[in-house]
Design a binder for this molecule. Structure first.
Ligand code: GAR
Length: 193
């Protein structure tokens, strides 16, 4: 079973869907820890399921490189095969990228390279385009610039708000992530057995 550490910053609804996929057997992975940069609501859900959690905050004035080392060590302590950013809203520090990429994935609520960054849904909505999408990428040192592993278009409806659009993108992100992790797990099994 693929050992996965998930990093979040928010509610963790995609994390919850990922865990449900692991429970049902549709995603051949085990979430061995959930980490965050803040006291994210999703941590409570992970704890309630008995999953170890950790928080590595980056406070104003902190040394970013030292934070990167702490975060990389906290992840490594759980010996993951794969690390997934699921609504982790910080630029990943180089220490984490160098230690875990390419087994370091991010889900993004836009059709990259369109609308990278922290406000992918709002930026697409405000741009007035007729469609946006969802992407799963390998994390590199840029802002959503890593290799694209899967992506799908999502139309923007005339009746949409930023929130309703995001609510329709999230299920697509979840499907794409499940597909990518299934694919990685299959390759992983083939090379380790
Ligand atoms: C997801 O849509 C994820 O793609 C996005 O944050 C949301 C987290 O939702 N991440 C980014 O925008 C990263 N640039 P959740 O906390 O409900 O799972």
């Amino acid at each position: 079973m693929l050992r996965v550490v998930v990093l979040i910053s928010g509610t963790g609804s995609n994390l919850r869907a990922f865990l449900e996929g692991c429970d049902s057997g549709s995603i051949p992975a085990t979430v061995v820890a959930v980490g965050a940069d803040v006291n994210a609501a999703g941590l409570e859900y992970a704890s309630s399921r008995g999953i170890p959690t950790f928080v590595e905050p980056l406070n104003a004035g902190d040394d970013r490189a030292a934070w990167g080392d702490r975060l990389a060590d906290a992840i490594a302590a759980h010996d993951p095969d794969l690390v997934i950013l699921s609504g982790f809203m910080r630029l990943v520090p180089p220490a984490v990228v160098s230690r875990f990429s390419p087994m370091l994935l991010n889900t993004h609520p836009a059709y990259l390279p369109e609308f990278p960054g922290a406000h992918g849904v709002r930026d697409a909505f405000e741009a007035g385009v007729s469609e946006t999408g969802a992407s799963v990428i390998v994390v590199d040192n840029g802002v959503d610039t890593g290799p694209i592993l899967a992506q799908r278009r999502v139309p923007i409806l005339p009746t949409d708000t930023v929130e309703s659009l995001h609510d329709r993108i999230k299920p697509v992100e979840r499907e794409l992530l499940a597909e990518v992790v299934r694919d990685i797990a299959a390759r992983f099994t083939a090379t380790t057995h």
